[in-house]
Write a protein that binds this ligand. Sequence first.
Ligand code: SF4
Ligand code: SF4
Length: 101
Amino acid sequence: MSKEDMSVEDLLSCNHFNTDEKNPHIIVNPDSCTGCKVKPCLTCCPAQLYKQDSSSGIVHFDHLGCLECGTCRLVCQEMGNGGITQWKYPLHSFGVQYRCG
Ligand code: SF4
Ligand code: SF4
């Protein structure tokens, strides 16, 4: 099967992750997220790493599986609530390895 015939999910499943468990490259302060009305990170992250607890409303983030696209950083800056307190690329040898482009 050629890459053109593969679904986005199939393409993403080819990726390999070497996650730096001790040093998350993205850090979110959920306290700052409470004042964020739109919470665009919940829908814009292609890896769906931002989740909102349905009862408490607290935004949770896990850097495992991050595609390093930078979208969350841009939309969070636009919101101006400072929820993302750190966004940087993983240290050398850590992070995502794209296998299918
Ligand atoms: S960098 Fe991209 S994949 Fe990673 S958490 Fe942000 S939006 Fe999701
Ligand atoms: S966009 Fe930023 S401030 Fe708003 S919910 Fe997401 S991480 Fe929090």
